[in-house]
Design a protein around this ligand. Structure first.
Ligand code: ZN
Length: 242
């Protein structure tokens, strides 16, 4: 997407810099490094249509409102409250969050976040600040839905705030290294601080549960040094954790 278009109207520096850093990050290599599991949540969610997905959100008591037609997004919604005690939002003011595009999510990503919030709640996380979810795409002729951020299917989660007010901040607390293994035996933050250990547990539990098809961390590249990219990929049958 064009950077000028992406940055239009954003006054929050962190959002702007995160978008700037990720402009080339959409070229994600689609290699498989986690075994495929047929009935994984992410794969199940990615196959739902709008009606099925919204019905599932309602069944789960997830607070949301449907959005009007949104370019590139199959099932656009906004969250209207916390999920399992966890609020997901951009750094914008509540008034701006209600109207700006960056807090629009595809319903199928919200199902994954509903599961994810139950992991977060175990670590007393109550707030997740993301740089953006939806970024309006330029669509090719005859294409109606987009992938990743263009489809509202990916969240760049940057800061996790706990009940006691302490923050787990990816850029300061993750302690990864580009090229290092993120999860599995032998993978560990260095140095292994309590904050880094919690962030590692959170992201690796989500990976183990196959909540997202693509999980990118600071171990992946410099563009991801300050956030987790958490993505449900429509039509995918693979998982990638880097
Ligand atoms: Zn991202």
């Amino acid at each position: 997407m064009k950077l000028g278009r992406a940055l239009a109207g954003i006054s929050v520096l962190t959002v702007a810099s995160a978008l700037l850093l990720e402009t080339t990050a959409n070229a994600i290599p689609m290699s498989i490094n986690v075994p495929i599991v047929g009935d994984s949540p992410a794969i199940r969610y990615s196959k739902l249509d709008r009606t099925e997905c919204e019905a599932e959100l309602t069944k789960r008591n997830v607070p949301f409102k449907s959005e009007a037609e949104t370019r590139g997004v199959l099932a656009p919604v906004r969250l209207t409250g916390p999920i399992h005690g966890v609020t997901f939002h951009s750094p914008l003011s509540p008034e701006k969050r209600a109207v700006q595009p960056w807090d629009i999510l595809d319903c199928r990503l919200v199902l994954a976040l509903d599961d994810f919030s139950q992991i977060l709640a175990k670590y007393d996380v109550v707030d997740v600040i993301h740089f953006s979810v939806y970024r309006p795409p330029i669509l090719k002729k005859n294409v109606t839905t987009a992938r990743q951020h263009g489809g509202g299917l990916a969240m760049d989660a940057a800061i996790f705030i706990r009940k006691d007010g302490t923050k787990l901040q990816i850029d300061k607390d993750f302690h990864g290294r580009i090229g290092a293994q993120t999860c599995g035996s032998g993978a560990a933050p260095a140095p292994s601080t309590p904050e880094a250990t919690i962030l590692r547990d959170i992201v690796c539990t989500a990976a183990d549960q196959r909540l997202f098809n693509v999980v990118l961390t600071p171990d992946y590249n410099w563009a991801h040094r300050n956030h987790f990219h958490l993505e449900v990929t429509a039509g995918a049958s693979y998982f990638l954790v880097r």
